[in-house]
Ligand binder design. Structure first.
Ligand code: FES
Length: 199
């Protein structure tokens, strides 16, 4: 009696890999409908600048590590279902980014409202007045009166941190750039943010 030969099913073809980059050695993507060609590893905020799209930010600084804690830089990206922080989200070949949609604008308004909720808005006596991103971004991205009912939360206006540094806790937006500067540039980690939220 002859044994039935088992016929192996043909193996499925491997899925096609990603298409080769349009510009070898570079990343090509689209920001606000314009094609952008940047070096791999470029930040989305910096990539957007090359085509004249301004993404607002507080905690990002090109010479510091990314904290992504202010959420002012959120944008729409084709590879994410929710808004993503432009300072942190990786770039990729063919990525489509939108920086000015209604969803993004609503988020920018919400972040400004949140940051200014308990801010004293004492601009007339502030050393930073006229060079303040809170002022600039309020005019550009929010520009509506506070909806806060009742008094603002008062914090320490003169917390002495040393011979040269006094912290105004009502004006600080906790971007942690000073903390990261001390750690990464001065290499003297002497500052931190403590007692935040439920911790
Ligand atoms: S700049 Fe991206 S979260 Fe602050």
């Amino acid at each position: 009696m002859s044994e039935d030969k088992k016929v192996e099913a043909p193996k499925p073809a491997p899925p096609p890999g990603p298409p080769p980059p349009k510009n070898p050695g570079m990343v090509t993507m689209t920001i606000d409908g314009r094609e952008v060609v940047v070096k791999p590893g470029t930040n989305l905020i910096e990539a957007a600048k090359t085509v004249g799209s301004e993404i607002p930010y507080y905690c990002y600084h090109p010479r510091l590590t990314i904290a992504a804690n202010c959420r002012m830089c959120l944008v729409e990206a084709s590879n994410a279902p929710k808004l993503v922080p432009a300072c942190q989200h990786g770039i990729g070949e063919g990525l489509i980014v939108k920086t000015g949609t209604d969803k993004v604008k609503a988020q920018q308004k919400a972040v400004m409202e949140f940051l200014l909720l308990n801010h004293p808005v004492d601009c007339s006596i502030c050393d930073q007045a006229g060079e303040c991103k809170l002022q600039d971004y309020y005019m550009r991205y929010d520009f509506k009166p506070s909806r806060l009912e009742g008094p603002k939360i008062l914090r320490n206006k003169r917390k002495v941190l040393g011979d040269l540094v006094v912290l105004d806790q009502e004006r600080c937006v906790l971007c942690t750039r000073c903390v990261r500067f001390m750690e990464e540039v001065a290499q003297e980690p002497q500052l931190g943010v403590f007692g935040r939220c439920s911790h």
